[in-house]
Design a protein around this ligand. Structure first.
Ligand code: ANZ
Length: 869
């Protein structure tokens, strides 16, 4: 039913969720993500689109290796079992996935194209070999991933981790920086990705980090042991605040800067300082959090304008990878420099004054206004005194340019993408190391380089190094005995283009083909905000390279992006001895303060040795996790209530892009609602399953009012469907049922059956994308399927304009000229019908006897009816 092809008659719509890592079990976040995707798919299919919803597995990666170590099973077996189990759960959820397109990144038919494209990129110079800094465990003699470094120590050995330089492969994403930026930049009116949340666009923009400033050199005579000048006698720095150049009181270089290395070779204090600073992880986040520490290099450079000597420090807050790995220190106006100078008693020289009287300079404390360039004029800065920020930067830049020392430049935060991982469970990098030819690419005809699947990692290093069958080969160029590259690719490579492979998953001859040109760009991508930066940026870059290699004709892979919120739950704990125990939220009762905030909780039943009534600590609300004992297993909900309840609850509980705070009672509520729909439909079965046409039926006032209520809600539901505000679609369905239940119990004329029939027909259609199982079943059982075909392919209901018109006027009802009451009448009602209604109402209320003869009924259009007896 869900299998789709490139039907050119219909408008295509490609709706896809970020592919899951096969961890073993679906969690509530998955259920939420896929239900959103599924609703979109079913809704648009009923609206006449050709909709593709695929699914696959991000099957390579470190967790599989870790699980293998723990469970003594190969990553391949472990992964395959997990895929089978998760697929079973997805099938139980009833997702409209085209499973004929399923792909798994650990399948050689998939990853051969990673290898093929890597070789293409090598050919084009987009992939290149260079050194990389890695975390090195000196006991296991292996490289560690950042997440394997805990507090600066190796996770297995506890040994202090070192930073080492080893060779690896990089992709030149920096060549695409400007294009990547322009498509997201919020200030670019031509930005292509207007269908992305602003938040994600800003995150990408910051990550790319385009920065305009001045790059210039401090000259010096620092000489290497061989007599040569370090960096040709120039210490280059990058600054966005050239207007503060006259406030420079020191320079600082990164730990691995050539000046730092040279100084460390003769100073053991400095060498020790550098070693100390290098302990710990290599992530930028870790660097930023560190205390600002430094040590003088003992060297001096010359200020380019004053020609005074400036001391060079080695500081841990200077990043080697940014700008030139060196900064000019302006403690009066840069917060990091201020903290640093304060600590090491380096002079602080004010060179900017604020035009605002409230901004007073205080050399003792950092003031936020020092960094604000908008109200600034330069002082103590001859020859640049009295200038504002922009004009001063220009003046300094041309001054330095005249000296031949610098110029205006643009710097990016973005670095090239290092894809080499010293791990087993990934795509082998298709390179052979020949003693004569160095790193030689594997010829295309020999692809794929298949990863052996029987190896058992033990955590001590890459098992490929111990696998002779894989390792030993011959050089494709000279036939000499050679070894294969044992590094594998970053798993972000796998996820950079899998969504294109869904278009032609079985194609053995092409990476992508015509079908990708039909389906791409993807219309709606759905996933977690945690992928807002790296995954999305890499996928965008990869797409652009595919375009430039001639495989595609699109610039961007994802036209619209939807980031669903996380599923959260409350966390309760208790210290039992030295151990902290966590308790299952459904087993506790909250204790509130007078403001209604939760301040603690009480255990509702004896739980593993902790007696009922024990007071527990409330730790707040956070992401569901096994370790906090607050995760809800979707399988439990499915087993107990069925998957429609799991789906309905996750949709109903919060707007899809907000966080969802789990509430067990509301799950029961969702179940009760579905049951009510079911019972209501069965109860009224005899009058349901009829053709739903309501044209030319004149309804009495109250009835058309009910109908109007149904259509008003329907209109809102449709509006909410379009903007993916699915939680109010769910509550809209509840409203429709309420109206219909009320109508069913009202004492009204026979045509109410038609309104009920139409209402149920509409309700089943709009509820179907949330609860496909129950709606499918009822649609069949009530007989609608016979009339209109399967629900999945019926048309989407639109609110009837005629039902929506505020179409009743209130007419005064007189009996023999005496005002007796009011009559609700449709605006376009004809006179004979109004007469009948008036008589009917008058008889019902006893104003006119049933046998009494009526002489005349006078109708004054829109105002009055007078019955004359
Ligand atoms: C002097 C100065 C004075 C600076 C001042 C700022 C304010 P963005 O905007 O992110 O591009 N910087 C340059 N290279 C660095 C490196 N490798 N590691 C750490 N910091 C570095 O940041 C540019 C600013 O970051 C530069 O401007 C430089 O400090 C610092 F009142 O130069 B500034």
């Amino acid at each position: 039913i869900y299998q789709v092809s490139e039907d050119k008659q219909k408008k295509k719509y490609y709706a896809c969720s970020m592919l899951p890592y096969p961890s073993g079990k679906l969690h509530m976040g998955h259920v939420r993500n896929y239900t959103i995707n599924d609703m979109l798919t079913r809704h648009l299919r009923m609206k006449g689109f050709n909709v593709l919803m695929p699914m696959g597995w991000d099957a390579f990666g470190l967790p599989a290796e870790n699980a293998a170590i723990k469970n003594h099973r190969s990553p391949a077996d472990w992964t395959q079992d997990n895929i089978a189990e998760m697929k079973r759960q997805m099938l139980a959820l009833g997702l409209a996935i085209d499973w004929s397109r399923e792909i798994s990144s650990c399948d050689p038919t998939y990853y051969r194209w990673n290898q093929w494209f890597f070789l293409k990129m090598l050919e084009k110079g987009i992939a290149y070999r260079s050194t990389q800094v890695v975390n090195w465990d000196p006991v296991d003699n292996t490289v560690l991933a950042n997440e394997q470094v805990i507090d600066g120590k190796g996770w297995r050995t506890g040994a202090s981790v070192e930073r080492r330089e080893i060779p690896g492969y990089y992709l030149k994403i920096t060549d695409y920086a400007e294009e990547l930026l322009q498509a997201v930049a919020l200030n670019n009116p031509q930005a292509q990705l207007t269908g992305w949340p602003d938040r994600v666009r800003i995150m990408q923009q910051n990550w790319l980090g385009k920065s305009k400033g001045v790059r210039f050199a401090f000259q010096h005579h620092i000489t290497q042991p061989d007599g040569g000048l370090v960096g040709d006698g120039k210490l280059f720095v990058f600054t966005t605040r050239a207007d503060t150049i006259m406030g420079v009181t020191f320079c600082a270089v990164a730990l691995d800067h050539p000046i730092a290395k040279l100084a460390a070779s003769t100073s053991s204090t400095l060498a020790q300082f550098i070693e100390q600073c290098k302990l710990g992880g290599t992530t930028e986040a870790e660097w930023v959090q560190k205390d600002k520490l430094g040590c003088s290099s003992g060297y001096f450079v010359e200020h380019p304008i004053t020609r005074q000597p400036i001391e060079v420090w080695v500081a841990n807050y200077v990043l080697l990878e940014y700008g030139d790995g060196a900064v000019m220190g302006v403690p009066a106006h840069d917060e990091r420099d201020f903290a640093f100078a304060w600590k090491y008693q380096i002079p602080i020289k004010q060179v900017l004054a604020s035009t605002l009287a409230t901004h007073v300079f205080d050399p003792q404390k950092w003031q936020d206004w020092y960094a604000d360039k908008d109200y600034m004029v330069t002082i103590h800065s001859a020859p640049f005194d009295g200038l504002g920020h922009d004009s001063c930067v220009q003046a300094v830049a041309s001054y330095l340019q005249n000296l031949g020392l610098g110029s205006l430049t643009t710097t990016w935060r973005l670095r090239d993408w290092g894809i080499s991982r010293q791990r087993y469970w990934g795509t082998p990098i298709p390179i052979i190391h020949c003693p004569h030819h160095g790193a030689v690419p594997v010829p295309e005809k020999d692809l794929p380089v298949v990863l052996p699947t029987h190896l058992m990692p033990d955590g001590s290093g890459n098992p490929l190094l111990q696998c002779p069958d894989f390792l030993h080969t011959i050089c494709p160029q000279c036939g000499s005995p050679s070894v294969r590259e044992t590094d594998t690719m970053d798993t972000f490579v796998d996820s950079s283009w899998y969504f294109m492979r869904y278009c032609n998953p079985q194609d053995g001859l092409n990476m992508v083909s015509e079908s990708a040109r039909y389906w791409m760009p993807m219309d709606q991508y759905i996933g977690g905000i945690e992928h807002a930066i790296l995954h999305l940026l890499y996928a965008r870059f990869w797409t652009k390279v595919m375009r430039d290699v001639g495989l595609l004709n699109i610039d961007e892979p994802f036209s619209h992006l939807f980031t669903q919120g996380m599923v959260l739950n409350h966390t309760y704990s208790l210290k039992v001895g030295a151990e902290k125990r966590y308790f299952w939220p459904q087993d506790v009762e909250n204790i509130y303060n007078s403001e209604g905030e939760i301040i603690g909780a009480q255990l509702l039943l004896d739980t593993s040795g902790v007696p009922k009534g024990t007071k527990l600590e409330y730790e707040g609300i956070g992401t569901m996790s096994k370790s906090k004992n607050n995760g809800v297993d979707p399988q439990d909900i499915i087993d107990k209530f069925g998957s429609d309840t799991a789906r309905f609850y996750t949709i109903f509980a919060a707007p899809p892009d907000s966080t969802l705070e789990w509430n067990g009672h509301a799950v029961d509520g969702s179940y009760r609602f579905i049951k009510r729909v079911f019972i209501f439909c069965r109860k009224h079965k005899p009058i349901l399953g009829k053709p739903k046409g309501m044209e030319n039926i004149q309804l009495e006032a109250t009835l058309s009012d009910y109908r109007k209520q149904v259509h008003t809600v329907l209109k809102q539901i449709n509006f909410d469907y379009e903007r993916m505000q699915y939680n109010t679609v769910a509550s809209g369905c509840m409203k429709v049922l309420n109206v219909l239940e009320e109508l069913a119990s009202a004492k009204l004329a026979v045509s109410k059956d038609r309104v009920l029939n139409e209402g149920i027909n509409l309700l089943l259609r709009v509820l179907y994308p949330i609860c496909p199982h129950v709606c499918y079943y009822l649609w069949q059982e009530l007989g609608y399927a016979k009339l209109e075909g399967e629900l999945v392919d019926t048309s989407w209901p639109e609110a009837s304009p005629e039902a929506l018109i505020s179409d009743h006027v209130e007419m005064v009802l007189q009996i023999n000229g005496k005002h007796r009451g009011f009559l609700q009448v449709p605006v376009h009602a004809e006179e004979p019908w109004i007469r009948n209604q008036a008589i009917g109402l008058a008889q019902e209320r006893g104003w006119v006897g049933v046998t009494q003869s009526v002489k005349r009924v006078v109708v004054v259009a829109g105002r009055l009816v007078n019955i004359v007896t």
